[in-house]
Design a protein around this ligand. Structure first.
Ligand code: PEP
Ligand code: MN
Length: 355
């Protein structure tokens, strides 16, 4: 279904930039980051008033009181403001405070009852709404949230891609899985798509490269968490950037023309990058285990290189190669490289203190 939507950012030059802190922490913090962001080309100010935290006991937002600080940003700095809503009460309070745009967070999108409650609270209200992808990689659940909000009569809608959660230690806080926002766009081509590199990366060092990938894929904008003193932030301290860093990131971004860029081609490249990241993570894990084995070998006085073991690995993959399209010589050289790095790591552990 293609639904009737009105361009949420009509006439605003792309990329749309939404910036501001993860959470509104105090009046002073909100005003200082907003004044620093003034005149830096941002379209919209963001700040979380109600924070959906994974575990209780973390900072859960200041709540309604913080809405006055957003009103001050709007009034004194003339920057439109936005916040996350998760319940009908949040919607009512945010609208009463004159918040210009609402967004639905990833945990809320995953819950159809919560989305329906928000939809019912929005019936008859003309406010733009951005909907983040659900935490799990389910495009239908994401589109279902759009259908619920759109059925309530809200026409100004946009999507935010913030990545998908996964088990275990990982390179990204939330795996980008670019193929999902791409599929979303294939199905709902008229809905603008914003990327949230802060929640995907979980580390400020990744914000630039993820933002560039999003622009390469022709996204309409970016939502970047920004704080004057990120290390002391009460939530998401690792991923927020300062207003100065934001300016540097925005200045470095290469803007490509949509005609010159084939989104499908870039999506292949992004998928390769994701797989390379995974390979790297696995290699790091593999080497950590090698070092542990090194310690055991040291203790038991065993040799580091045990040829039968290496030959067995190659044998296993020779069988595998006949079913896949891989060349056995190529596979051998990959494993030789992995194996020799593993030996090098073990030798270091075995000889520790002997040099
Ligand atoms: C946020 O934007 O601060 C937030 C809570 O994000 P998400 O819903 O993507 O986790
Ligand atoms: Mn956050």
């Amino acid at each position: 279904m293609e639904f009737e939507t009105i361009d949420i950012f009509n006439g605003v030059q792309r990329p749309i930039i939404i910036a501001g802190p993860c959470s509104a922490e105090s009046e002073e913090q909100v005003m200082s980051v907003a004044s620093e962001l003034k005149n830096r080309g941002i379209t919209l100010f963001r700040a979380g008033v109600w924070k959906p935290r994974t575990r209780p006991g973390c900072f859960e937002g200041v709540g309604q009181e913080a809405l006055q600080w957003l009103q001050r940003v709007k009034r004194e700095l003339d920057i439109p403001v936005s916040t996350e809503v998760a319940t009908a009460v949040h919607v009512e309070q945010a609208l009463a405070a004159g918040v210009d745009l609402l967004w639905i967070g990833a945990r809320t999108t995953a819950n159809p009852f919560a989305v329906q409650e928000i939809a019912d609270a929005l019936r008859g209200v003309d406010v733009p709404v951005l909907i983040k992808n659900p935490v799990n990689p389910d495009v239908d659940l994401w589109i279902g949230a759009f259908e619920r909000i759109n059925n309530a009569g809200v026409k100004r809608l946009g999507a935010i891609h913030r990545g998908f959660s996964a088990y275990g230690e990982k390179f990204y806080r939330n795996a980008p899985q670019w193929q999902l926002p791409i599929e979303f766009r294939r199905r709902l081509g008229n809905v603008p798509m914003i990327c949230d590199p802060s929640h995907i990366g979980g580390k400020r060092e990744l914000v630039f490269s993820l933002s560039q990938q999003a622009l390469d894929l022709n996204f309409d904008g970016l939502m970047i968490e920004t704080h004057c003193n990120p290390v002391c932030a009460l939530s998401d301290a690792r991923q927020q950037v300062t207003p100065d860093e934001l300016e540097i990131i925005l200045g470095k971004l290469v803007h490509r023309s949509a005609d010159a860029v084939n989104a499908d081609f870039l999506s292949y490249r992004n998928r390769l990058d994701e797989i390379d990241d995974m390979l790297m993570e696995l290699l790091v894990k593999r080497m950590a285990i090698s070092r542990e084995i090194g310690a055991v070998k040291r203790e038991k006085g065993l040799t580091v290189f045990q040829p039968f073991r290496y030959n067995k690995t190659i044998e296993r993959y020779t069988k595998y190669c006949s079913d896949s399209k891989m060349d056995i010589e190529a596979v051998k050289s990959i494993f030789e490289a992995v194996h020799s790095e593993s030996i090098r790591q073990q030798l270091r552990v075995v000889n520790e203190g002997n040099e």
